[in-house]
Design a protein around this ligand. Structure first.
Ligand code: AMP
Length: 494
């Protein structure tokens, strides 16, 4: 056993690692279960030598025991998404060329036929595990560990491959920056096929020897109930989750509101990331929880890169400065560094940056420039902080010769009393190149017209930034992480 993440367990074997489904599991339980799973995966082999093992298990102890089991058998873990339909699951399984599928019985009907049609070994988590544990292989940090599928704006998702060394760097950077310790307790409410839930929450907790309570799925009332009762020190979520928690808090009785706020007050840190945090959400959350959310920026391919400080001044609408071990620069279209105050593409260099897109050397080569990973995100460095302007491909709109940031316009539109949510996109246009368009979710009492909207917006924004078309929708299209899917929004305007 030589992966530091797993070796460290020996320091806190008897501490509780995971709480799930009304049960608790110690680090020793995790060590034992993962060695049984590794033995079972290995069968007669001594090392799975980076074979891919796809697995679909709800959030809980079995998930992490399986992930560690896969790693301890020398294989690459390919987590699948619990809410994906068969074609998407099959795409990931086939693209990663997985040789084994591990499934919770809830997913047997969905996955067994895929295993059968591709002739793959199929293991159910309910099967009896071997009691005799075989010697497990030595796994070097340079080996590939994980493939996370990440959607681009065009084409099929690509598998981002990280090594054990990459993951360790991603984890230790956050342990350092956010001062994780073994006394931390975190409530896990995020999906487990995505970096946020896997690295920032689960693996950081385990590295620290902390306790992680895993909820099978997000439900605002359940989360409040746990926050209310539990003694958590940390909470991490995406902006949509904070929006849902705020809505649930607002409709609760006064007594419940008080105890929920007290549950938040017991924590030492609450973090938001994976999408832009609207300033209004940050302010509302501060009112009910007393916490000024720490916003950070990162992506599947690089881990976390920028963060507001744990101690010291946090800035609403900003993502702070580079995390420990991370170098960040902003460049223009020619790859030249831009001056402070000038927007540019974020490029990142760090030991946490991924190895490659799975079996896609062309795509991998395209995203690196002189050793820097090109994120495709636009940002500006101002007032000693980075501010994200959005994805170059979808959030940077070129209209009438101007380059405008959709995120900046959205932030302003959300300050309109009748607008609950919004998404701004650029829609192809002969006259403007791209036309600024806004999909709006209005408050129920709203009677907003394009005319009144535009005359209000012109007082807040330069005229070329003011949307020329608006569309009212019931809700915005979002992915499983709660992020608004801009290509879907754009389609609404065609
Ligand atoms: P993912 O790989 O799914 O985590 O998505 C990463 C992308 O989410 C980044 O490339 C950004 O476009 C976006 N993102 C992550 N954090 C933030 C943030 N704090 N503000 C704005 N966008 C963010």
């Amino acid at each position: 056993m030589n992966l530091p993440l797993i070796n460290r367990v020996l320091e806190h074997k008897n501490r509780i690692a995971i709480a799930s489904n009304e049960q608790t599991y110690t680090y020793e339980d995790l060590l034992h279960a993962s060695s049984q799973i590794a033995t079972n995966l290995l069968q007669d082999a001594t090392d799975l030598q980076e074979q891919r093992v796809a697995f679909l298990i709800p959030s809980g102890f079995e998930y992490i025991a399986t992930l560690w089991g896969i790693w301890r058998a020398g294989a690459i873990a390919v987590p699948l998404c619990v809410s994906h339909p068969r074609p998407e699951l099959e795409y990931v399984i086939v693209n990663s060329a997985a040789s084994i599928i591990v499934a919770h019985p809830n997913f047997e009907a969905l996955l067994r036929p895929i295993a059968r049609s591709h002739n793959l070994r199929f293991i159910l988590t309910s099967e009896t595990l071997p009691t005799q544990i075989n010697p497990l292989p030595t796994v070097d940090l340079s080996r590939r560990a994980l493939i996370l599928y990440t959607s681009g704006t065009t084409g099929k998702p690509k598998g981002a491959v990280t090594t054990h060394r990459n993951i360790q760097a991603q984890v230790t950077s956050l342990i350092d920056a956010w001062e994780w310790t073994a006394s931390d307790r975190i409530l896990h409410v995020l999906p487990l096929h995505h970096i946020h839930g896997i690295v920032n929450v689960l693996l950081c907790a385990l590295w620290a020897g902390a306790e992680c309570e895993m909820l099978e799925k997000f439900d605002a009332e359940t989360v409040w109930h746990r926050i209310d009762r539990g003694n958590f020190t940390l909470f991490m979520a995406v902006p949509t989750i904070y929006v849902k928690l705020i809505a649930a808090w607002e409709t609760a009785t006064e007594e419940l509101q008080k105890s929920r706020s007290e549950g938040c007050a017991k924590m030492r840190l609450m973090v938001s990331g994976s999408a832009a945090l609207p300033v209004k959400v940050l302010e509302n959350w501060q009112k009910i929880s007393g916490h000024f959310l720490l916003e950070r920026y990162g992506m599947t391919e690089i881990g976390m890169a920028l963060s507001n400080p744990l101690h010291g001044q946090r800035k609403a609408g900003s993502v702070g400065k580079p995390l420990p071990g991370v170098e960040v620069q902003l460049v223009d279209e020619n790859g030249e560094l831009v001056a402070a105050g000038t927007p540019g593409e974020i490029q990142v260099k760090s030991p946490g940056v991924f190895l490659e897109y799975w079996q896609n050397p062309a795509a991998t080569a395209k995203t690196f420039q002189n050793g820097w990973f090109c994120t495709g995100d636009f940002a500006v460095f101002e007032n000693d902080n980075y501010r994200i302007l959005g994805r170059i491909s979808v959030d940077i709109i070129k209209t009438g010769g101007y380059k405008v940031s959709a995120l900046e316009i959205e932030e302003v539109l959300r300050s309109h009393p009748e607008i609950q949510e919004c998404a701004v996109v650029g829609v192809e246009d002969v006259e403007w190149g791209e036309r600024v368009c806004a999909a709006l979710v209005l408050r129920s009492e709203s009677s907003l017209t394009l005319e009144s909207f535009r005359s209000w917006a012109k007082k807040q924004l330069a005229v070329y930034k003011v949307p020329t078309r608006i569309l009212t929708v019931e809700e915005l299209p979002r992915n499983t992480m709660g992020k608004v899917t801009k290509p879907e929004v754009t389609k609404l305007f065609y």
